[in-house]
Design a protein around this ligand. Structure first.
Ligand SMILES: [Mg+2]
Length: 343
């Protein structure tokens, strides 16, 4: 396999998107193209400074990662071992791009989807639609619009100053929706425990990352006290973390674990150890989202709305059923193509 190109991609969300740590509207990404002479494979890196990556670190590390590409695209274990050995536990979004592109080529050569190459089932769970932090009336308007658009599951970001008002506004605007909340590590253990009755009163289905990423004792205490399942996102960055976590659900993302195959392994490992599994995403184009959707059939909870929040999406890939379950493209590989007709 050869490196064809790595190009910058600037994604813009339709509106500024806020979580407890920040609000952004522009997201720098990298699109990787690999080739084997007959097929082209695509991968998207969605670096996140919170996990130690930027677009610059992705460009800096790609030559090292690509130096270990096997000649034979079906030599998958050699490829994965090389990615694991190179700068271990770091540069996961860059590795995710390499893994995606290499799997795309191997699957295209085999004439099957990446999902079938990995042996994953078809996606069955609906995705949530994420509503960022904002004023209660904006949150209510977005929740109402999402329900109108056919979403049954909403994920409301909390961790600001008006959590209770935001949640009541969301619940009022979407009385029948499955409602999940994500505090993005903003609460103390004490505050999280104090919030539980309010979350229960609004029939919240899942509470994500209530406390700081490194507060594993706090996370365990909230999990034990909560009747609502608790999910780890910032506290879960790789399969190694499963040994230390006391929590109901872990949120697996390609950019955290290093690609579709790593996500497949992380989800199987988590399930074997008794965790529920969420498959999440960053703000990504349909390229990254479709790579994740290939293993979405292994998840109990899906949050793959990254491309749905964009002002415009440069790729076409997975689509969505009426109930917002991902529908994989029919073609082999990832099945992703550029949104513009290619020359
Ligand atoms: Mg989260």
């Amino acid at each position: 396999m050869d490196h064809l190109s790595s190009t910058d991609l600037d994604l813009t969300t339709a509106r500024p998107f806020g979580i407890s740590r920040w609000t952004h509207q522009r997201y720098p990404r990298v699109v990787l193209r690999l080739g084997d002479g007959a097929h082209e494979g695509l991968g998207e890196a969605a670096p996140n400074a919170y996990y130690g990556e930027t677009r610059e670190t992705v460009h800096a590390v790609l030559p090292t990662l690509l130096a270990g590409l096997p000649e034979d695209p079906f030599d998958l274990d050699a490829l994965f071992a090389t990615l694991e050995r190179t700068l271990p536990h770091h540069h996961r979004s860059a590795k995710a791009a390499v893994e995606s592109a290499a799997l795309d080529i191997a699957a295209r050569r085999a004439g099957v989807s990446v999902r079938r190459l990995l042996g994953a089932p078809e996606p069955a769970a609906p995705t949530s639609y994420t509503v960022g932090l904002g004023a209660p009336e904006e949150v209510a308007a977005q929740c109402g619009a999402a329900v109108e658009a056919g979403f049954r599951v909403l994920k409301v970001k909390l961790g600001g100053d008006h959590d209770e008002r935001l949640l009541s506004a969301a619940r009022e605007a979407a009385p029948d929706a499955q409602l999940r909340v994500d505090a993005n590590a903003a609460w103390t253990e004490r505050r999280a425990l104090a919030r539980l009755p309010m979350l229960e009163a609004h029939a919240v289905e899942l509470v994500e990352q209530p406390v700081a990423a490194d507060d594993l004792e706090g996370l365990a205490a909230v999990t034990r006290a909560s009747r609502i399942p608790v999910a780890a996102d910032e506290s879960f960055v790789s399969t190694r973390d499963l040994r230390r976590l006391v929590v109901d659900v872990v949120n697996v993302k390609l950019a955290k674990v290093g690609g579709p195959r790593q996500a497949y392994l992380a989800m199987q490992s988590a399930r074997a150890l008794g965790f529920g599994v969420m498959l999440g995403c960053m703000i990504e184009s349909s390229l990254g989202i479709t790579a994740a959707a290939q293993v979405a059939g292994l998840a109990d909870f899906l949050d793959l709305d990254g491309a749905l929040l964009l002002a415009s999406d440069p790729f076409v890939g997975a689509t969505w059923s009426d109930g917002k379950v991902p529908v994989l493209p029919g073609g082999p590989g990832l099945g992703v193509r550029s949104a513009e007709p290619s020359a």
